[in-house]
Design a protein. Structure first.
Length: 502
């Protein structure tokens, strides 16, 4: 009866899909199944009584295995011998790749008599699936990098002429007196702002990819932010015939004011875009865990199954309004919300509209002092500015703009022209506006440093760039200068100069 049971057990082990082996306390083979023998170049030598170290030498002689987990640096017979014997003596698990490409998972355990039981499982399919997944991941990452490189190159080349046009329009608007002319200039400005908004979306994605976006948390009063949104979007809603209601609030949230504003602007822009008739409502609700800001519209709505997809890059909903964007606004909102630790929600119904919501931690509201309005051009009147840019069109446009602001300004194409430009000023420049990429491979930070050396003192500097490549964005961001991105908005430049010269 005992013999029958032993034979039954041997038959079961022999038919198992795993390789099985037993070693005695002296490391001599006691029993193994045929699958274990098949792993060796000379399976007939794998028989009871053979020592484990003899099989290791067989492996070395025929290089039948390369144990990747033991030899990460490659094949070395002496290193393999030491590592394999050490792993066996300690009865540890490891991974083995056979000469034919198959992968095994080796599990060895000590017996009570001092021997070792080993079970080897074929994990080739699992390894192949992991390798295929890794390859797909690498391909996706490479495609994403290629997309980023293409967008960066295209964005840089297109930003340059728009940069000059934007400055020229600002300079023109400052000189117009006729109401009809001002209206036309304003319409041109609005068109440029639309195009700039598309470029800003690409820039935001690049900034997020570069990791240069860092939240500056503070108690953000919602009242001023909501009023600013009302002023900004009321004209757009009026032109579309959409009733826009933005409710006042005395509450505050813990957030980054600029990032929070960008999220709400993306929500509000989409709400008006996808609402042909009806209304858009923005309001704040108290919740047990904080506050919820809602942007609700009576527009087209969409299939709730797309609620997650709308936050993906370049995802656009169907309809004519979809042609007005490139599908980055909600993706940017989602990534910013993750950085801030805010929660986004979507509720929608086709034909009945949508609700986009942001939940955030409440904060103690603080009083915001009223700003004393000053004539913007007067703040810079008489200030001495030096522009360094290798594009002649941008130099001409910028000088016209600075003249409209009442500044005393000069422009240079590069370091070689700085001396002549300085002679045009009635003293040292009080601020520099420098393009980051100049001719002959020179960069704006080095040019600013050379000018400071020439003058014997550092000069407040604004760095201007059209770059959107993540690695270059990180480099420019780390220079320590205020950075403006092309196409430059005159109001932003003026605000930064006012701050630097205050």
């Amino acid at each position: 009866m005992k013999g029958t049971q032993e034979y039954g057990l041997i038959d079961a082990i022999e038919s198992a899909s795993e390789a099985f082996v037993i070693w005695d306390a002296q490391d001599r083979l006691v029993f193994c199944n045929s699958r274990y023998k098949s792993f060796f170049a000379e399976p007939e030598k794998v028989c009871p009584g053979v020592r484990f170290d003899a099989l290791v030498e067989m492996n070395i002689a025929y290089t039948s295995v390369a144990e990747i987990s033991l030899l990460p640096a490659g094949w070395d017979p002496d290193q393999y011998r030491r590592a394999r014997m050490n792993c066996h003596n300690l009865a540890r698990d490891t991974f083995i790749q056979l000469r034919d490409g198959r992968w095994l998972q080796s599990c060895e355990r000590r017996t009570r008599e001092g021997g070792i039981v080993g079970v080897y499982t074929d994990i080739t399919e699992r390894k192949r699936a992991e390798e295929a997944l890794d390859a797909a991941k690498r391909a996706a990452e490479e495609a994403n990098l290629a997309k980023s490189r293409f967008l960066a190159a295209a964005s840089h080349d297109l930003r340059q002429p728009l940069h000059a046009v934007g400055i020229l329009v600002s300079a023109l608007a400052a000189r117009l007196e006729d109401d009809r002319q001002k209206e036309i200039a304003a319409q041109i400005g609005e068109c440029l702002e639309t195009v700039s908004g598309l470029f800003d979306a690409l820039l935001d994605i690049s900034k997020l990819d570069a990791g240069v976006v860092t939240p500056a948390f503070a108690a953000v009063p919602l009242g001023p932010l909501l009023k600013a949104l009302r002023r900004e979007f009321a004209p757009l809603a009026e032109r579309k015939g959409v009733a826009l209601t933005i409710l006042d609030s005395g509450l505050a949230v813990r957030s980054d004011p600029a990032m929070l504003g960008r999220i709400l602007r993306n929500f509000l822009s989409n709400a008006i875009k996808y609402t042909e008739t009806g209304r858009v409502l923005v309001g704040v609700r108290r919740r047990a865990d904080g506050l919820r800001l809602d942007v609700i519209d009576t527009g087209t709505g969409f299939d709730p199954a797309e609620a997650d997809a709308v936050f993906r890059e370049f995802h656009r909903l169907e309809g004519t309004a979809a042609q007005q964007g490139i599908g980055l606004g909600l993706s940017i909102a989602d990534r910013l919300a993750r950085l801030l630790g805010h929660r986004l929600e979507v509720a929608t119904r086709p034909g009945f509209g949508s609700r986009f919501s942001l939940s955030a931690e409440a904060a103690e509201a603080t009083a915001v002092p009223a700003a004393v309005p000053l004539a913007p051009n007067r703040l810079l009147a008489g200030r001495r500015l030096l522009l360094v840019d290798d594009d002649p069109e941008i130099r001409r446009a910028a000088l016209l703009l600075f003249e409209a602001w009442g500044c005393q300004a000069a422009a240079a194409a590069g370091l070689d022209d700085v001396a002549a430009a300085l002679e045009q000023l009635d003293g040292a420049p009080e601020a520099l506006i420098v393009d980051y990429h100049l001719q002959r491979g020179r960069t704006g930070d080095r040019v600013a440093a050379r000018i400071a050396e020439r003058l014997g003192a550092p000069v407040p500097t604004v760095m201007v760039t059209g770059e959107t490549a993540p690695e270059l964005l990180q480099k420019v961001q780390d220079l320590g200068f205020p950075v403006l991105h092309k196409p430059l908005q005159a109001m932003r430049l003026r605000a930064i100069l006012q701050h630097l010269l205050a």
